[in-house]
Design a protein around this ligand. Structure first.
Ligand code: PLP
Length: 387
């Protein structure tokens, strides 16, 4: 179903309307519940309507709904402090915005300003958002085409290398390179995890050439990988790291974090955002981070990710399982689109597809329970048995 008027028809929507949510399920207009293995597009890290998030937003809305970066706010300071305490140790300061595309755009702007260079190295299968620069650095042709005219890129200074191919990547990174932009675990590209050796080689080459390594953790960050960042899970630190999706538990919150070399260079006017880091966003972000810690949800992502990887790999018809933590790609003989439809129709389970037609993508809330994970595996097995 395409999105219904008066909205622009740019989305294929699911054939039902969601009216509410609780725990790890959403509810449609007929009162049917759907297990959300899609996480509202990798966003609902605390599940739906988590009381801690609802309360934080409600209380903040009664105190101060909005004021911009023109003033200091205690809740924004607290959120940034908590964010940096959970991020890799080299991250020195944060700039807050509203979406993944913006966080990447800001990262690339900083990289260009700091290095005074223009070239970006990006990877096949990567996705970074819908701004002109993010689309230009997209390693999926269907999206990159949106940033071209007559087949020519509007921003032509991007070099692409195959993902996880160290030699090719090192060849692409040279002295004119401002930034190397990589998802440590590709999301839309099919839950493909970069190897530590690959990321470490990128880091070393960037250090040697004066380029900046940017980790796009918009999808694989905020605890999903089984550590707060995939940088920590995989043991390699970038110079700049971006987060969005789960960071506000469903409220639009994004962040560009950077090391001291970059933040030391940043000065008034270099970046800006009217809404970024507003009081509601900061309250939502703070509540999300505190709840991840209080409820051991990052550990839960690690444990249930391992459970799903093992249990799904044993099913007949599954040819492989990839990803990290609760960003899971299940490779199947059957088409992922068909499995996605059968899970929805027969079991009321929401899941995701990706650019690989034989990979089903799972990015459930980090509050997923073991019973829900087991239910998913058994439903998935039943669906596969019918092919
Ligand atoms: N980067 C990655 C890895 C993503 O998966 C996405 C969205 O799917 C984005 C960036 C863009 O985020 P947004 O849609 O919030 O702009």
């Amino acid at each position: 179903m395409l999105s219904a008027p008066p909205q622009m028809p740019v989305y294929h929507q699911l054939p039902f309307e969601v009216v509410s949510g609780h725990g790890n399920v959403v509810v449609d207009t007929d009162g049917h519940e759907y297990l959300d293995m899609y996480g509202g597009h990798a966003v609902a890290v605390l599940g739906h309507c988590h009381p801690a998030l609802t309360q934080a937003l409600t209380q903040q809305a009664k105190r101060l709904t909005f004021y911009s970066n023109a003033v200091d706010l205690e809740v924004r300071r607290k959120f940034c402090k908590k964010l940096l305490a959970m991020a890799p140790s080299g991250m020195h300061a944060a700039f807050l915005s509203n979406s993944g595309a913006e966080s990447n755009e800001n990262a690339l702007t900083l990289a260009r300003l700091v290095t005074k260079r223009k070239t970006i190295v990006a990877f096949e299968g990567g996705f970074h958002g819908r701004s002109l620069l993010a689309l230009s650095a997209c390693g999926i042709e269907k999206y990159r085409k949106l940033a071209t005219i007559d087949g020519k890129p509007l921003f032509p200074h991007v070099r692409f290398a195959p993902f996880n191919d160290t030699e090719a990547a090192l060849d692409a990174i040279g002295d004119g390179c401002a930034a190397v932009l990589v998802e440590p675990v590709q999301g839309l590209g099919g839950a493909r995890k970069a190897s530590t050796e690959f990321l470490q080689a990128l880091r070393e080459r960037c250090d040697a050439t004066g380029s900046l390594l940017v980790f796009d953790e918009v999808q694989c960050g905020t605890g999903r990988s089984g550590a707060f960042t995939s940088a920590d899970a995989l043991g390699v630190e970038p110079h700049i790291l971006t987060l969005a999706k789960g960071l506000g538990g469903g409220f639009p919150v994004a962040a560009t974090l950077a090391d001291e070399r970059v933040t030391g260079f940043a000065g008034p006017g270099m970046l800006g955002s009217t809404f970024g880091g507003g009081p509601l966003a900061a309250a939502a972000g703070l509540a999300t981070l505190e709840t991840l810690e209080k409820e051991n949800l990052i550990e839960n992502a690690r444990n249930l990710g391992a459970f799903l990887h093992d249990a799904l790999a044993k099913l007949h018809g599954v040819t492989g399982v990839r990803g990290l933590g609760l960003l899971v790609g299940v490779e199947t003989e059957a088409e992922a689109k068909t499995i996605h439809g059968a899970l929805l129709q027969k079991h009321r389970i929401l899941s995701g597809t990706c650019v690989d037609p034989h990979v089903l993508r799972l990015m459930p809330p980090l509050t997923l329970t073991r019973a829900e994970a087991e239910h998913f595996v058994s439903a998935f097995g039943e669906v596969l048995a019918e092919f």
